[in-house]
Write a protein that binds this ligand. Structure first.
Ligand SMILES: Cc1ncc(COP(=O)(O)O)c(C=O)c1O
Length: 391
């Protein structure tokens, strides 16, 4: 029977009969998995016996459970767990890299992904075009050498949403693979594979882990593709530890409960901010005023927990708000139980001048808020008192 995302988040990927009659998946710390004898070793390398593990860098049983659960949540054939979101991106791109290939990437994407494509892959003769997160702009940038389109939905920090079915159609017509970093959406709100996207990436550090206490990443896609990325992980070695895999499995059990709360609270906070006289503009795809609202409402189950907004005034006025809030922490990252607040021009672009930041589209008075699981009325009251100080 097909299971809902709530049931999958609790059970998918787990055997019911576990070692030592354990109810929960055990943490298997072993770095090597002995063979009974040479005959079994021969059978293993000939692919004649079904045993998962050999050496820890090629995987471990706790990681396997996490991967099966993540694949089920995203509706993909297979998943690969990695040490961080960035290692999911880097390992996947290195597995796909071919000299002379061309990549189309969108501008409002995670900064380090763009830096990796622009500064690292370029050293090996891989070219790219960076365009606005818009299907027409992406389509216009595809050349005969294009092998991959990289984007996010929603993007960070301006939460643009791409029409993924439209993107997949355009890409398939040109035989180009599509990769969507859906960290901000999560499989609770958006399953890109259902819209025809080939590869899905998440920083599991965020909502999938959900408690601001683990770093991990995941790649989801077709089994043959994930196997190829796994081969590269075996060389690059960017694995999550068995303990991290366990923490992720544990965090995912409350995934549905947490995501509903993030969605509900962030929508209420965004509506509050949009009405506040000290707020200049709010970016949240759940607001009807948002340019992506129609697409997001069509393809997402909820709009997520991240909000970007500008306050009236400049960088210092925004800093006053950030310093005056009592509940959110001033910190990077997003997607955990604790609300986090930050100024992208400082947190992500500190070394740039105001002019450079403006040229990159990063407004000086921009604030990014990751709405956590605290009482929403108390969060709104906290923002209310903090916004009074920006005057
Ligand atoms: C959209 C997005 N993708 C990827 C990453 C990288 O993930 P990690 O920090 O787990 O390496 C982040 C981190 O902030 C992110 O926001």
């Amino acid at each position: 029977m097909a299971r809902s995302i709530d049931t999958l988040a609790v059970h998918a990927g787990e055997r019911r009969d576990k070692a030592h009659d354990s109810l929960v998946t055990p943490i298997i710390l072993s770095t090597a998995f002995p063979f009974q004898d040479t005959a079994e070793l021969h059978q293993y390398f000939r692919g004649e016996v079904a045993r998962g593990e050999e050496y820890g860098r090629y995987g471990n049983p706790t990681q396997e459970v996490a991967e099966a659960r993540l694949a089920a949540l995203d509706g993909g054939e297979a998943a690969l767990l990695t040490s961080t979101g960035m290692s999911a991106i880097v390992t996947t791109l290195l597995a796909m890299a071919k000299p002379g290939m061309h990549i189309v990437i969108t501008a409002d994407s995670y900064r380090k992904t763009r830096v990796f494509v622009r500064e690292f892959l370029a050293k090996f003769g891989i070219e790219h075009s960076c365009v606005e997160p818009d299907v027409a702009a992406i389509a216009g940038a595809i050349t005969d050498k294009t092998k991959l389109i990289i984007s996010e939905s929603p993007t960070n920090p301006y939460l643009n949403c791409l029409d993924l079915a439209e993107l997949a159609k355009v890409a398939k017509a040109r035989r180009v693979k599509t990769m969507i970093d859906a960290t901000l959406a999560t499989p609770f709100n958006l399953r890109p594979i259902e819209h025809g996207i080939d590869i899905v990436i998440h920083s599991a550090t965020k909502y999938l882990g959900g408690h601001n206490d683990l770093l991990a990443g995941v790649v989801v896609g077709r089994k043959d593709f994930i196997d190829a990325v796994r081969e590269h992980q075996g060389m690059l070695g960017a694995l999550a530890s068995p303990f991290t895999a366990y923490m992720l499995i544990r965090g995912l059990k409350t995934f549905g409960v947490r995501m509903r709360r993030h969605n509900e609270s962030a929508l209420r906070v965004a509506q509050f901010l949009e009405r506040h006289p000290q707020v200049e503009r709010v970016w949240y795809p759940g607001l009807p005023s948002n340019a992506s609202h129609a697409i997001a409402a069509r393809q997402m189950a909820g709009f997520g927990g991240l909000i970007s907004f500008t306050v009236k005034g400049g960088l210092e006025d925004a800093s006053r708000v950030v310093d005056a809030v009592e509940i959110p922490f001033l910190a990077p990252s997003l997607g955990g139980a604790e609300s986090l607040i930050e100024q992208p021009p400082l947190m992500s672009y500190y070394e740039k001048t105001p002019e450079e930041r403006t040229a990159l589209g990063i407004r000086e008075n921009l604030i990014r808020l990751s709405v956590g699981l605290e009482d929403c009325d108390e969060l709104i009251a906290d923002l209310q008192q903090a916004l009074q100080r920006s005057r």
